[in-house]
Design a protein around this ligand. Structure first.
Ligand code: PRX
Length: 657
């Protein structure tokens, strides 16, 4: 426990346990949680076997609940079973209740929302699946999706799942170069995109970015272009096809491909500490179960609820909590195309009141930004439908937590601070609304099936008991754990399973306090978390180094009041290039925007003569982090530096910046 932690226990709001006001929570007390968690670890076969039968529909039942594990990286769940994710997300609900609303599409402009029923969703998914087949896509092929937050993006995802093609959704804020790298790595055969996108009143040139990326992606044979704005965009004959013209040729029913439990469902690229982004691969049954079970238990989802996750479908949060989790349960899910401040900072609250949202899920960075803009924006909106407020992506500071709890939740909602990762597929440390008293800033307790361990980072020994701090790991596999890195199982082993054999290594530091509650302390590797977006120092450094003036560079994450962390870049220029050019700093920012995307832009660039390196040439980012944090008086031992005098110059540079 750190001195700054807010150790106050906030009990479950009484309203949630009053069945006259709210549906009865699935887990109603800490004791019940404890008992279920114990069962999930002591008898995982029975616990997860039952859950998988209850939550998922199988075309062929599984015979073995689990096999393999973390030591050998051969995790497998629900062996011999067959199912289809799109059937689970769409067909069974369309059959039972075709008029139920599956998707509430809240468009960028507030007056343009649209509802899509399960019946309609099924027809659209089948037609797009037919388009994919007509373009030669078969089970096991990879398809890229580069789309704004429109219903067709969800249709595209489910259409891939229907025919057993792996989707690789690339967030539409990524640049052409970033898209190209991801398309090339997965050898995608087809891309689904749109003419343009709309976000916060601005236009995004989606198709043009795809065109740029495809200049060097020989694997791509077809591009299917959905019309979002109707703009006149260039179409390459023989490669590009209009979505509308393609779908009307296809039948409105196409049978789902039976998939084995362990057949891949999708890849999603994410940043690690080194090298290029990794295509994290999730398989069908375990992933789907993790996403749906956490919607059920962590958001306490009940039929009739309106579930709203504000993430983008381009990130794992969108995959699990806009698409797969809620739809598997037959929920109504909200697809929000805009930003929290458009047209005004009341947008979220208007959205909640308009659609009577019951579960609302966003990131601390949005909460901090809205809190800063003043309470007047949230006041006066009818937020009484809300029961559960979720946060994800980064640690939430107590001020933001209290604001969310008091101003948005009015003290009558559960706050669930959900800790998880692209690789974990679904929440792994989180409160449960009706059962777990919360502490502002703590992700609280492990989800079912998660056996947590806090390890000494150096010895790898497990730190037993309470009041310990170390690195966070998980001691056994769980259904929604990613199974591999696309095309590079060795990298999967080396990144996650080999650092501490027998454990899954999260890359995050964590403490367990005197009540056994978990506090996430942030990444212990070179991953930077900007507004909940994961970026690696290596990725940004390699973008900068591509600039013709740059000789060397070091990138670090610095604290930021709104975005959690922001990027500071130290850049050494090639001989003869002027160090005083502000234009050059701007050019370097543009360079990063171009290579990765706007969200990766450095907030500060320092043009410096030299970087702190050891005699063996290892870059000491730790020293740069301390200098930027104004902790130059505690730099530690700098005698191992090849040239300790660079430190003085760097301190002066940062102080004068
Ligand atoms: O550092 C942790 C942070 O986000 C990382 C995972 O990023 P990504 O794979 O992009 O997934 C983000 C959405 C799941 C983690 O390693 N993180 C995520 N949730 C929390 C968090 N840090 C603190 N508290 C959280 N609730």
């Amino acid at each position: 426990m750190s001195a700054e932690d807010d150790n106050t226990l906030h009990p479950v709001p009484a309203r949630l346990l009053n069945t006259a006001e709210c549906p009865e929570p699935f887990v109603k007390s800490y004791e019940q949680y404890k008992e279920m968690h114990r069962q999930s670890l002591e008898n995982p076969n029975e616990f997860f076997g039952k859950m998988a039968t209850e939550i998922l529909s199988w075309s062929k039942p599984f015979t073995t609940v689990q096999h393999g594990g973390l030591l050998h990286g051969d995790t497998a769940w629900f062996l011999d079973g067959q199912l289809n994710a799109s059937y689970n997300c769409v067909d069974r609900h369309a059959i039972a209740n075709p008029d139920k609303i599956a998707i509430i599409y809240e468009a960028d402009e507030p007056n343009q929302s649209e509802n899509i029923t399960y019946g309609e969703l099924l027809r659209q998914v089948c037609q797009v699946a037919g388009v994919l087949r007509a373009h030669g896509i078969r089970k096991g092929d990879t398809v890229a999706i580069y789309m704004p937050m429109i219903p067709e993006a969800v249709v595209a995802i489910l259409a891939c799942a229907r025919i057993g093609a792996l989707h690789s959704v690339v967030f539409a804020g990524f640049s052409a170069e970033a898209l190209r790298d991801r398309v090339q790595d997965a050898a995608c055969r087809l891309i689904l995109t749109s003419d343009q996108g709309k976000r916060g009143g601005k236009t995004v040139e989606t198709k043009r970015i795809v065109d740029d990326a495809l200049k060097s992606c020989p694997s791509v044979e077809s591009v299917i272009v959905c019309q979002r704005t109707g703009a006149d965009v260039p179409m390459t004959p023989g490669r590009d096809y209009w979505w509308n013209e393609e779908v009307i040729k296809r039948m409105t029913y196409l049978s789902p491909e039976p998939m084995n439990s362990e057949d891949p469902l999708f890849l999603l690229y994410t940043s690690g500490s080194t090298g290029t982004p990794k295509g994290v691969l999730h398989t069908t049954a375990g992933y789907l179960l993790g996403a749906a079970a956490t919607v059920k238990y962590v958001f306490d989802y009940h039929p009739g609820d309106i579930f709203a996750c504000m993430a983008d479908v381009g990130w794992i949060t969108g995959h699990s909590y806009i698409v797969y989790g809620p739809l598997t349960l037959g929920a109504t899910t909200v697809l929000f195309e805009s930003i929290p401040t458009y047209p005004t900072p009341a947008r979220y609250w208007e959205l909640i009141a308009k659609h009577k949202i019951t579960q609302f899920y966003t990131a601390p960075t949005a909460i901090r930004a809205l809190r800063r803009l003043g309470d007047q924006w949230v006041e006066g909106h009818d937020l009484s439908s809300l029961r559960v407020l979720g946060t994800v992506g980064e640690p939430i500071n107590p001020e933001a937590w209290h604001w969310y709890n008091d101003k948005v939740g009015k003290g009558r909602c559960a706050i669930v601070d959900t800790y998880w990762q692209t690789e974990t597929g679904s929440h792994i440390v989180t409160p449960l609304p009706g059962a777990i008293a919360t502490k502002p800033g703590s992700a609280t307790v492990p989800f079912f099936g998660i056996e947590l361990a806090i390890l000494d980072p150096v010895t790898g020994k497990e730190l037993i008991g309470n009041d310990v701090t170390g690195v966070l790991a998980v001691k056994r596999s769980w259904p929604s754990l990613a199974r591999t890195v696309y095309g590079n199982h060795q990298r999967y082993m080396e990144t996650y399973l080999k650092p501490y054999p027998g454990y899954y290594f999260t890359g995050d530091g964590a403490s367990r306090d005197n009540d056994g509650y978990i506090w996430i302390r942030g990444r212990v590797d070179d991953v930077i978390n900007v507004s909940g977006h994961r970026l690696s120092t290596a990725e940004i450094e390699s973008a900068l180094i591509m600039h013709h003036s740059v000789a060397e560079t070091a990138v670090i994450g610095a604290a930021d009041d709104v975005t959690g962390q922001c990027i500071h870049a130290f850049v050494c220029l090639k001989p003869g290039v002027s160090h005083h050019s502000t234009d050059l700093s701007k050019e370097l920012v543009v360079q990063v925007r171009k290579v990765i995307g706007p969200f990766a832009a450095p907030k500060k660039i320092y043009l410096v003569e030299d970087l702190p390196k050891t005699r063996s040439g290892k870059l000491m980012r730790r020293i740069l982090r301390k200098i930027v944090a104004d902790e130059s008086d505690s730099l530690g031992d700098i005698s191992t530096l090849a040239d300790p005098s660079v430190v003085e110059a760097l301190i002066a540079k940062v102080a004068n910046a």
